[in-house]
Ligand binder design. Structure first.
Ligand SMILES: Cc1cc2nc3c(=O)[nH]c(=O)nc-3n(C[C@H](O)[C@H](O)[C@H](O)COP(=O)(O)OP(=O)(O)OC[C@H]3O[C@@H](n4cnc5c(N)ncnc54)[C@H](O)[C@@H]3O)c2cc1C
Length: 460
């Protein structure tokens, strides 16, 4: 018996800009998923995890969505090797609540090798976007820690994919945006860390040079990230706060993450995140380190790695029109100039964002053909959706990114034009040969098949 098919008019991604109709099935076993595929009646298919992608890589308008949260079983954990085997709908939060923190043979504790800025992502979603974390310099991206996974193709075959078996599908699926089939289960290598408490140092920097200097000086730290005041210009361009952290050898258990402090249960009629409130917020944040410009603390890992998880549904704060995130990476050589140009263009536009995050990325390569990270610097900003004005700014930013030889992150994107994708991901034609013919998304139809971005289509 296949799980019931529901018709949904309201599936949205995290940015809430687009709302598309879908047919939705929530399989609870591989057999169930196979049956759902067989009964798709010609519709394109896509997996949907926890919908934490910001744009349209997790949406499949008028198609079938396979919601994976019914496939969330923990299948095995080997406390000697740290390999965890689970279904692909299990989330990082599920692993943190079960296997993370268990003792490792070297005296440390097992921990996630890579974490994005939220723990509410599924293993399937983490593979499909080959997610990275604040430790990209020291750990690389998620795909590096996969032992293998099982992939259901639309013809009903279930293939084991690993470096030594179906290696091309392995590389295509890591960062493959859910387009090579449905990942059913995976084996992931955890890493041993000294403990679950982190030593955190925050240091104020006065300009972009200060950021790059601190990044260079912080190679001994496991996690690094900076908040940048993206409204500052002139000599203050690129000022901000640099955070660096590392695990302490401290056997004390950490308190469980508190339930979300604030929920945003409805769409405010206008976004409270206007230019004035952003200026105030940025100025307060910038000054909070006081005269010395430096603060040292010890905090449980979740406070540092997942700061936004303590605010329920914060994505509603941007109002009914939703928001875009723009995340790019530019190569190390020329990164200073490119980031300065991007920040200047954003400040000049007056569309400054609530969260402007800047960090460096390291050299550890990913097996994924379409993996986003590259050695260099990545900048990520949220923008309330103001229609054509916001899209026109993004076009200007795209030119700076492409000039620098960089690319945009599909997990955060809901509008990148096809030429921007193709320039940033030159291996995409090879990937397209291995894509499953039945799997598709709004993102793919735009970047590979020439469909128009919906906001642009409405404006035209
Ligand atoms: C607050 C916040 C902070 C974030 N910070 C970071 C960050 O620091 N670094 C980073 O890299 N990302 C970050 N992200 C993005 C997030 O990590 C990715 O978008 C992730 O892929 C979301 O996982 P999900 O389970 O919600 O998948 P969805 O968003 O539901 O889907 C994402 C993609 O995965 C595919 N997919 C899902 N499950 C499967 C499966 N079983 N088989 C095949 N394909 C599948 C979907 O088809 C889709 O293409 C952040 C997101 C938020 C909301």
């Amino acid at each position: 018996m296949v799980s019931a098919v529901a018709y949904s008019t309201g599936h949205r991604a995290w940015g809430r800009v687009h709302r598309f109709a879908h047919r939705v099935v929530r399989p609870t076993s591989p057999h169930d998923a196979r049956r759902a595929l067989a009964a798709r009646e010609g519709a394109p298919v896509l997996a949907f995890g926890l919908g934490r992608s910001y744009g349209d890589c997790c949406l499949n308008p008028e198609g079938l969505l396979l919601e994976t949260r019914g496939l969330d079983r923990l299948l095995a954990f080997d406390g000697e090797s740290g390999v965890v085997h689970c279904e692909a709908g299990a989330s990082l939060a599920d692993l943190l609540a079960t296997v993370v923190g268990r003792p490792a043979p070297d005296g440390g504790v097992w921990f996630l090798p890579v974490s994005p800025g939220t723990r509410f992502v599924t293993i399937g979603g983490a593979i499909a976007n080959d997610v990275h974390g604040k430790n990209h310099e020291t750990a690389g991206s998620f795909g590096r820690y996969l032992v293998d996974f099982r992939l259901l193709r639309s013809d009903g075959r279930i293939l084991r994919c690993a470096p030594d078996e179906n290696p091309e599908l392995f590389c295509a699926t890591i960062g493959g945006l859910g387009l090579t089939g449905l990942v059913l289960e995976a084996r992931l290598r955890l890493v041993s860390v000294p403990g679950l408490w982190l030593e955190l140092e925050e240091v104020r920097f006065e300009d972009l040079e200060g950021f790059f200097r601190l990044a260079e000086e912080s190679k001994e730290w496991t996690y690094t990230v900076a908040w940048v005041d993206c409204l500052a210009r002139g000599r203050a361009l690129g000022r901000g706060i640099f955070g660096r952290a590392r695990h302490l050898r401290d056997p004390r258990p950490v308190p469980a993450p508190a339930p979300p402090r604030l929920r945003v249960p409805f769409d405010p009629p206008f976004s409270p995140l206007n230019r004035f409130s952003l200026q105030l917020f940025n100025a307060l944040l910038f000054r909070r380190l006081g005269r010395g410009g430096r603060r040292h603390r010890v905090r449980p890992y979740h406070e540092l790695l997942y700061p936004l998880d303590s605010i329920g549904a914060w994505n509603r704060l941007y109002g009914a029109r939703g928001f875009y995130q723009y995340q790019c990476v530019v190569p190390r050589e020329g990164a200073f100039r490119a980031i300065a140009r991007l920040l200047d263009a954003i400040a000049a536009s007056g569309q400054g964002s609530f969260l402007a995050v800047l960090k460096t990325m390291g050299d550890l390569p990913s097996p994924g053909w379409l993996s986003f990270p590259m050695p260099g610097a990545t900048l990520a900003l949220d923008f309330p959706n103001r229609g054509e004005a916001t899209l026109a700014l993004f076009d200007r930013l795209d030119r700076i990114v492409l000039d620098a030889g960089g690319r945009l992150y599909p997990a955060k994107d809901g509008r990148m034009p096809a030429p921007v994708f193709r320039a940033g991901y030159p291996r995409w034609p090879r990937f397209a040969e291995l894509k499953d013919p039945v799997f598709s998304s709004a993102f793919w139809r735009r970047v590979a098949e020439g469909a128009t971005e919906p906001a642009r289509a409405r404006a035209a």
